[in-house]
Design a protein around this ligand. Structure first.
Ligand SMILES: NC(=O)c1ccc[n+]([C@@H]2O[C@H](COP(=O)([O-])OP(=O)(O)OC[C@H]3O[C@@H](n4cnc5c(N)ncnc54)[C@H](OP(=O)(O)O)[C@@H]3O)[C@@H](O)[C@H]2O)c1
Length: 255
């Protein structure tokens, strides 16, 4: 075990940019052996070099999580090789507009393939061995969008709600074990994903700020961590609104 952190090895998907990259660097520079997975190898190599220069240990892993069979096989091989991954963060994700009146199946499918199938495969790959060992920590990067179907983003909201509820179900089942389960719900954070957004993003956070908050929540072993408080309070309130009231709020958001 690492002196400062309760984990020795970590796998983080979607580590070539944004929040995943930041989390990979955060853990690698604090003595954790990080396996950084994504499709873009060059970005991962650059991150590995950056971590090496900062005294950290990070190994790039080319992985397309939408290929669930390959994801399960490769993660299980890695888990075997390192004698059990302590921390697994299912962070890889994609976003796309999916407005009901101009809905494209390809956009919906891509979101399901990465955010739902990819995230579930990542977690399912390691869970049986974690149960055998009775230790480990599963983390999923969901979103505040999971709390309600957002206008123009039904597929994205639904994909993040899947991850949220899947993790909650796992947490309930694993109550009497030493396996921790954390779902993280960021608001708007600067990244390649949000750089494409054409709408206003209230309380937009810097990537490093969000990474620091997320990493601390993971280390604390929070069951659910939603931030920043301004947007998370609004979305938690929206979660309990009746459908008619939410329709009105969503109409205002669309304007
Ligand atoms: N930024 C926000 O405001 C925000 C808010 C709430 C939740 N989130 C969630 O946070 C996570 C990270 O997003 P981000 O904002 O940091 O966006 P980002 O910079 O676009 O990062 C997305 C990451 O996912 C990886 N990825 C995409 N498709 C993949 C695939 N098929 N296989 C493996 N990796 C794949 C990308 O790597 P490659 O392209 O190299 O494969 C990239 O590293 C996502 O799950 C997102 O939904 C973000």
């Amino acid at each position: 075990m690492n002196e400062q952190l309760p984990c020795r090895t970590a796998l983080i998907t979607g580590a070539s940019s944004g929040l995943g990259r930041g989390l990979a660097r955060w853990f690698a520079t604090r003595g954790v052996q990080v396996f950084a997975a994504a499709r873009r190898e060059q970005q991962l190599e650059e991150l590995a070099k950056e971590c090496r220069e900062a005294g950290g240990k990070l190994e790039p892993m080319r992985l397309d999580v939408s290929d669930s069979d390959d994801t399960i096989r490769r993660i299980r091989e890695l888990d075997e090789r390192v004698g059990g991954l302590d921390l697994v963060i299912a962070n890889a994700g994609v976003g796309a507009d999916t407005p009901a009146k101009r809905l494209e199946w390809e956009d919906v499918k891509r979101i399901i393939d990465v955010n739902v199938t990819g995230a579930a495969a990542t977690l399912c790959a390691v869970l049986p061995r974690m149960v055998e060992r009775d230790r480990g920590h599963l983390v999923g990067i969901s979103s505040l969008a999971a709390y309600r179907g957002l206008p123009g983003s039904g597929a994205y909201s639904a994909s993040k709600a899947f991850l949220y509820i899947f993790l909650e179900g796992l947490r309930v089942d694993l109550q009497r074990t030493h396996i921790k389960v954390t779902s993280i719900h960021p608001g708007f954070v600067k990244s390649e994903m949000t750089a494409r957004n054409k709408f206003p993003m209230p309380f937009l956070l810097e990537t490093d700020d969000a990474v620091e908050r997320m990493a601390r929540a993971i280390v604390r072993g929070d069951s659910e961590f939603a931030f920043p408080w301004q947007t998370s309070s609004l979305m938690k309130f929206a979660k309990v609104l009746p459908n008619g009231a939410w329709n009105m709020v969503a109409r205002r958001m669309m304007r």
